[in-house]
Design a protein around this ligand. Structure first.
Ligand code: ZN
Length: 146
């Protein structure tokens, strides 16, 4: 399949996705305010609203990506890596229709963005748990080599 045909297919997929997201997001906005008076239900409702707003945030972000991809299709820049200007393989676009980075640049970005988790030294942590309650049995070799 020619790249152009593949892009045209992706375009209709993106448009369908955009319309679905727009519809969903506009429904979410008008869909609340139908709770009952029960306290338990209110708490439950609160948690559900929290979840809904998190989902809406994710969907809003996805909608932005989709709209950007459609704009790039119009501009003729779709399928071109924003970072290095290289061509993004169609197979990658089919998997991630609104990606703007090639595989290499994406993994470079992820490598930089990785939070370096402070490593927990469990041996150290365990040392604090060691109790020397009885001075008499304090081993001589405890001081050895210090
Ligand atoms: Zn790139």
């Amino acid at each position: 399949m020619a790249r152009k045909d593949a892009l045209l297919r992706l375009r209709s997929r993106l448009i369908a996705r955009r319309d679905a997201l727009r519809k969903k997001l506009s429904l979410d906005k008008t869909g609340d305010g139908r709770g009952s008076g029960d306290l338990g239900d209110v708490a439950c409702e609160g948690a559900r609203n929290e979840l809904n707003s998190q989902l809406a945030t994710i969907e809003t972000r996805e909608l932005r990506f989709v709209e950007r991809a459609l704009q790039m299709l119009l501009d003729g820049t779709y399928g071109t890596c924003e970072q290095c200007g290289g061509s993004i393989p169609v197979s990658r676009l089919q998997a991630l229709p609104y990606t703007v980075l090639c595989v290499k640049c994406q993994s470079d970005l992820e490598a930089i963005g990785d939070d370096e988790q402070a490593e927990i030294d469990w041996d150290m942590a365990c040392d604090y748990e060691v109790r020397f309650s009885d001075q008499d049995v304090l081993p001589d070799d405890f001081h050895r080599g210090v």
